[in-house]
Design a protein around this ligand. Structure first.
Ligand SMILES: *[C@@H]1O[C@H](CO)[C@@H](O)[C@H](O)[C@H]1NC(C)=O
Ligand SMILES: *[C@@H]1O[C@H](CO)[C@@H](O)[C@H](O)[C@H]1NC(C)=O
Ligand SMILES: *[C@@H]1O[C@H](CO)[C@@H](O)[C@H](O)[C@H]1NC(C)=O
Ligand SMILES: *[C@@H]1O[C@H](CO)[C@@H](O)[C@H](O)[C@H]1NC(C)=O
Ligand SMILES: *[C@@H]1O[C@H](CO)[C@@H](O)[C@H](O)[C@H]1NC(C)=O
Ligand SMILES: *[C@@H]1O[C@H](CO)[C@@H](O)[C@H](O)[C@H]1NC(C)=O
Ligand SMILES: *[C@@H]1O[C@H](CO)[C@@H](O)[C@H](O)[C@H]1NC(C)=O
Ligand SMILES: *[C@@H]1O[C@H](CO)[C@@H](O)[C@H](O)[C@H]1NC(C)=O
Length: 377
């Protein structure tokens, strides 16, 4: 007979399991979470969580006029103090490089990234879902294509699930993207892309584990997918675009529906997360007409991830054992409040870090652990 009465851990586990199995898990905060379980076709555990909310930044809103001088454009300062805040600046950096040193073979225009093209904009939608959002702008100017790129400061994301509530609007001739990037050029690059080509039909987006062409210029069909957005959505509609990177597969979702997966050439090494909006007048992006523009607009961006860098160690020491290892399992999927995790369960087992598959899997985990306790109790 299992000795149910003598194990406090078991009681905790069973109560956590019951709450989890029967009710809505309660909101918590990251300091209480040992790890994060994600839903999806490939489920994974991650140890870190970040949430960037651009929905209520009215004090920073304002659309700057494009800067038409090349040097001044690259040299531009940030468009509001938000981009000087620790919240933003500790995780992201605004790019100012240009393609003069190495453009794609068929480029017809110089691309110049400018911090001036990244700004907080008032949401003027009818019945807006937010007060503001983050915008990344690209525009064709007489002498060059002004563009936007935001790169994570960390280059040590090593598997992640990144999601953004975003849309792309504007003229044909540009690309907007969310991707992971790890060093290398040409055949050596490791990169997983979500790309919107603004000359494409509204329902079409592109997913790629780079490189997608051989050094001889031939397309590698297994490396890339043209995907159709679900439910008649277009890329100009607000939707949650999600990319899951695991060791064996890149998987993309839109509003929770799996829209693509590629297990060929999955990026292996720790990587950056990058957002951009650009054109080079070449065949892939198309060639923008003078003074046309396109915009990637983002209400929020969320990541659960593992990292090979110093950052997690720092957080671990902050936690000082409170949510050690995977004993406190959280979710950002099951939450009622975007960006705020919920506690799925806590246990003294220290062995809860196993994969489940969806809700049914989590319940199985609870049962298996419960049985394990009973048999050793
Ligand atoms: C993330 O790290 C945890 C702890 O090291 C590990 O258990 C988990 O499998 C990792 N997740 C992925 C997707 O690699
Ligand atoms: C760029 O900024 C630096 C430092 O503020 C300044 O010295 C330089 O003149 C600027 N260049 C241009 C082209 O604006
Ligand atoms: C932003 O972060 C960089 C790199 O850590 C740092 O050099 C810079 O001073 C920061 N800027 C602000 C305004 O804090
Ligand atoms: C482009 O970048 C290069 C290298 O950083 C720099 O020397 C150059 O001044 C920049 N601007 C133009 C217009 O090429
Ligand atoms: C993918 O979409 C592009 C348009 O962006 C089109 O040119 C190409 O033929 C499509 N590829 C496939 C395999 O359908
Ligand atoms: C994961 O959870 C989110 C939030 O509840 C939901 O919108 C999405 O459909 C789920 N995704 C999958 C693949 O189950
Ligand atoms: C990947 O996509 C293929 C084709 O749509 C599908 O049959 C398969 O179930 C997917 N696998 C996973 C693990 O998502
Ligand atoms: C690209 O667009 C620009 C601006 O409209 C135009 O001057 C140029 O001729 C175009 N180039 C090509 C290759 O179509």
């Amino acid at each position: 007979m299992p000795r149910l009465s003598t194990s406090p851990s078991l009681v905790l586990l069973v109560s956590a399991y019951l709450r989890f199995a029967t009710g809505t898990p309660s909101l918590t905060d990251d300091s209480q979470c040992g790890c994060y379980l994600t839903n999806g076709t490939i489920t994974g555990y991650f140890t870190e969580h970040k949430f960037f909310d651009f929905r209520s930044l009215d004090q920073y809103q304002g659309v700057p006029a494009p800067i038409t001088d090349i040097d001044a454009s690259a040299n531009a300062s940030v468009t509001s103090d938000y981009f000087n805040s620790a919240e933003w600046n500790s995780s992201w950096s605004l790019q100012a490089w240009n393609t003069s040193g190495g453009a794609r073979g068929d480029a017809t225009v110089l691309r110049v990234n400018s911090p001036n093209n990244v700004y907080i904009e008032k949401n003027t939608d009818p019945s807006p879902a937010s007060k503001t959002y983050l915008t990344l702008r690209t525009e064709r100017l007489p002498d060059f294509q002004t563009a936007a790129e935001v790169e994570s400061r960390s280059k040590t994301y090593h598997f992640l699930s990144v999601r953004m509530l975003a849309r792309t609007v504007g003229s044909a001739g540009a690309v907007t993207a969310m991707f992971t990037y790890s060093g290398g050029q040409g055949a050596d690059v490791q990169e997983a892309d979500l790309e919107v080509i603004t000359g494409d039909p509204q329902g079409l987006v592109h997913y790629t584990n780079q490189p997608s062409v051989t050094s001889g210029g031939d397309v590698i069909p297994d490396a890339t997918q043209n995907a159709t957005l679900p439910d008649g959505l277009g890329w100009s509609d607000w939707a949650v675009h999600r990319f899951d990177w695991t060791p064996t597969q890149s998987t993309w979702y839109v509003d929770g529906v799996r829209t693509g997966n590629i297990s060929f050439q999955v990026p292996r090494d720790p990587a950056q997360v990058i957002l951009n909006s650009w054109s080079d007048g070449g065949q892939w992006t198309g060639n923008m007409s003078l003074h046309d523009a396109a915009y990637l607009q983002i209400q929020w961006l969320e990541m659960v991830y593992n990292s090979t860098g110093a950052e997690p160690a720092q957080r671990r020491s902050l936690l000082s054992g409170r949510a050690e290892g995977c004993k406190a399992v959280c979710s950002v999927d099951e939450t009622s409040k975007t960006g705020t995790p919920v506690m799925l369960w806590t246990s003294g087992a220290g062995r809860a870090c196993v994969r489940g598959s969806g809700m049914a899997g989590w319940i199985t985990v609870g049962l298996v652990l419960g049985m394990a306790y009973m048999s050793v109790g």
